[in-house]
Each structure stands twice: as structure tokens, then as C-alpha cells.
Design a protein around this ligand. Structure first.
Ligand code: SF4
Ligand code: SF4
Length: 158
């Protein structure tokens, strides 16, 4: 679901008023396949994590694409713990062991971006497992603008 359009100058047009605050429940770290970009891999290497410690497999898997509606992309995914589905970097206190250099998908979650002709569209991740997004809010209760400003900041650092 689109929540805002952002043009190349960074102007934001809100499409959907929502409210979201991460509770740290870690459901997203337990239930998702986390796609890993080349930059993510480089960030892991730069911080002393070997690729074979971090990637699930050297065979890419299909995950839902944020750029092609209803489509899939081939991507490498973060390693899971043996015999469970949760991310190998989730600690026993539900904290991320690589928080300061985690993959971009984790930084953006439960949101993602889809490229557009003018810039990008901020969307709720098509595969979201997060149940803490409130869609039934009035404009004055919404924090869509802060969410999208944060997405712009994260993308500018990539
Ligand atoms: S599922 Fe949602 S609330 Fe829970 S940690 Fe992930 S983003 Fe935060
Ligand atoms: S890298 Fe960190 S934030 Fe991303 S899924 Fe794993 S534990 Fe969660």
C-alpha cells in the first residue's frame, strides 16, 4: 500500500495517513526472509562479518519485489538460525546483534520504496508481518510525514 510520493527534490505528498511506532517485538526478524544487497554485504564485511556467516545460501531465492507489483526478484537472504526461521543475528533479548550496520531492508521495515518516474513511492512492505501499523487514524494523529522523512534520510545514506 502506498503511503506517500516523494519527488526528486524531496517534496513529499502524503497518500495515506497512518501511525506507526516500532515496539521491538522482533516478529519481522523471526518471520521474514531478509534480502541482502551488495552494499549490505560490503557493510557486513567492513564490520568483520564473513559472507558465509551472514548469507543463507549462495543460491538466490525468490522474494516479493517492491518495484514490480505482484512480482518477485531473486535475492540473497540473511542466514537463519538452525532449525528455526528466525534471523541468525537476533539475540536472546530480541535485539539485533548488527543493529548499526544491518541490511537496508531491516532499516526501512515495515516500509519499503518503489521507484517512480518522479522519485519514489513509500509503501507498506508488500510482505509485511508487522501488526503495529494503525491505518485508522485522523490526519492530526498520523506520523506518515516523519516516517517518510526517515526513509529519505536512510536512502540518502546508502
Ligand atoms: S514487526 Fe513491526 S513492531 Fe515488531 S519489530 Fe518489526 S517493525 Fe517493529
Ligand atoms: S539483521 Fe537484525 S534487524 Fe535484520 S532481521 Fe536480523 S535481527 Fe532483525
Amino acid at each position: 500500500m502506498p503511503i506517500a510520493k516523494v519527488n526528486e527534490d524531496g517534496d513529499i505528498t502524503i497518500l495515506k495517513h497512518i501511525h506507526f511506532k516500532c515496539t521491538g517485538c522482533a516478529d519481522c526478524c523471526r518471520l521474514n526472509n531478509i534480502p541482502v544487497t551488495e552494499k549490505d554485504v560490503q557493510r557486513l564485511l567492513d564490520n568483520g562479518i564473513e559472507v558465509d556467516q551472514s548469507l543463507e545460501s549462495l543460491s538466490p531465492v525468490l522474494i516479493p519485489s517492491t518495484n514490480v507489483k505482484g512480482g518477485f526478484i531473486k535475492a540473497y537472504v540473511l542466514r537463519k538460525k538452525p532449525f528455526v526461521k528466525e534471523c541468525a543475528f537476533l539475540d536472546e533479548n530480541l535485539l539485533c546483534k548488527i543493529h548499526s550496520f544491518k541490511p537496508l531492508a531491516c532499516q526501512l521495515y515495515p516500509f519499503a520504496v518503489r521507484k517512480s518516474d518522479e522519485g519514489f513511492i513509500a509503501i507498506i512492505h508488500p510482505d509485511t508481518v508487522c501488526t503495529f501499523i494503525d491505518f485508522d487514524v485522523k490526519e492530526e494523529e498520523s506520523n506518515t510525514i516523519e516516517i517518510v522523512q526517515n526513509l529519505i534520510l536512510l536512502l540518502s545514506l546508502e
